[in-house]
Write a protein that binds this ligand. Sequence first.
Ligand code: ADP
Ligand code: MG
Length: 699
Amino acid sequence: MEKQSVPEIFGSLVFDDRVMRARLSADVYQSLRKTIDENVRLDESVAEAVASEMRDWAVEHGATHFTHWFQPLTGVTAEKHDSFITPSPDGGVIMEFSGKELIKGEPDASSFPSGGLRATFEARGYTAWDPTSYAFIKDHTLCIPTAFCSYSGDALDKKTPLLRSMEALNIQAKRVLKLFGKEVKYVRTSVGPEQEYFLIDKEMFEKRPDLVYTGRTLFGAMPPKGQELDDHYFGVIKPRVSAFMEDLNTELWKLGILAKTEHNEVAPAQHELAPIYSTTNVATDNNQLTMEIMQKVARKHGMVCLLHEKPFAGVNGSGKHNNWSMATDTGTNLLSPGETPYENAQFLLFLCAVIQAVDDYQDLLRLSVATAGNDHRLGANEAPPAIISVFLGEELTAILEAIKTDSPYEGKEKVIMKLGVSTLPRFSRDTTDRNRTSPFAFTGNKFEFRSLGSSNSIACCNIMLNAAVAESLKQYADRLEGASDFEAALHDLIKETITKHERILFDGNGYGQEWVEEATKVRGLSNLKTTADAMPRLLDPKNMEMLMAHKVFTESEIHSRCEIMLENYCKSVNIEGHTMVEMVRKNYLPAIEEYLFGLAQATSLMKSVSAHVKCNYEISTMERLSELTDAILEKVEILETALEDIKGHSDIIETSAAVRDDLLPKMEDLRKSVDEAEMLTSEKCWPFPSYGKLLFSVY
Ligand code: ADP
Ligand code: MG
């Protein structure tokens, strides 16, 4: 068969606008478009017509089943397949799919986490079609992107609050634009998430229970070579990885995912994939799919794709960069500096809205990326620190400073910054001078939030970001709508915002200890180091009020989410702890013992042959290893007790604090002794593949 071209492949498994336009009647297409673009309720007869065409199209493309595809709070996607078949009177079957089945589903949802929102006897939640994200075919199944709610209407997923946050921002941004004389249909946020991952050999992976159970190595001595030579970043892609990437791109393109950039990352065996940006809810669905397809395609190539934030100690972990902007239906990017004075004032106001949002809701942004895995990265001098700050670059900072002080901007030409009156100096959109240590950086026409972990759903941070920016914009609209002199009021507002929120602006080195001191002691920024510190802040009245005011979450949804996220943190670390115990008792201790036995036998045998042999190597190794096995035994017993003690807490906030303070340090301590023993034991006796093998065996 001839190889298909990329444009032929692209979106071939998606019921996208092209397909809708071609297959639906003009009326049906128009009303569906209205639903998609303007959130207008879908007519039942329209749903019926769409379902019927969707089924025909899906069956033509080999689908036999359909599923409502959703994103429960487990962090991965869920699907329950139903086949299209319905018995026909003649004993055969016909393929059926109704409008009702398209719009609403009722999965048995009792096993999804709800954080107390849904009593288990009320097991049934329902899923509702999100027509703004296209249906697609995966594994012979028509997947319909849906939101997932309980019967009382509480959101049980990540999509529902994301859509609500987008709507909140839409409402407020339109109010602000109106003040600038602009009537737009909608304002939407767009996201381009850059995704990092590791690829390791499947055989090696399967030999490591820690990787299998937890996605990260819990033990492992450093190999002689790590990432110090910087020879992997942007390096030549190895043939096996290259074949994987080619295959991955094809699969993603079929699903209409705009996979664009791929390269090697800093750590050995680490890579990155970036798509072209799209509307936030679509980008979120696509990123979930991308993570799933990456793992699937890697298996086909005899490899395993690790999405854990810190699979290996000592080399960089994996993150995700959330490139975010706001744009109108006509394609105007509100974070793009304009050509006229008026456009520039508008740009500066939206810029201020983001700066204020990040300052006022630092804690929400921080907790939106908090997981047990990501705690290993933030603040570990390989990823942005746990302290949230905004990088604007030299020029923009100078412009804001000039506005703040009513002084001339010392750019190429001297100008007084009188907004809406004078032309803003042109500043270059050069993004080469980018501060990699900043968690939240302006990169010319978008902000890049860099604190996400590689396995995080991007829904979480975008919910918080959209809601927080909606809040700034609401305050601005409230104030400016009543102003008698709009331009003067605008100027004052921008000036005031800069003055009030400049503490969040930081262009220096985010990795330095001095920054930690300055940020926390001088500027009063928060430094929430772990999930156990960050997550409870969700319940702060200030945060709850804002999220509820914009109808992003209800009070009970906030409580349930906090509980689920903390539970998830505790469970993840617990599994790691138990895995360590098992590996130590079943494998490490017996392996070292076997090696010691060999050394002891050799020593006595050698000594029996000659009284002159000293056996220095055997004896010193034996002595140190024997000390280490004693230490390992003691530490594993301490860990076992800690794992038992954790069960004693009933409150989840207390439990997570105990996980942070008791469990994690004990695990770390146990690891140290085992890793030291690894260096003293022969490779032949060591029960698991070494870091060197894991990191350097794919070529
Ligand atoms: P980097 O150097 O960090 O890789 P890129 O310019 O390649 O930066 O962009 C990274 C991501 O940002 C891509 O996914 C890209 O599509 C996305 N992006 C570009 N412009 C925007 C925008 N206006 N809004 C949101 N994302 C954007
Ligand atoms: Mg980037």
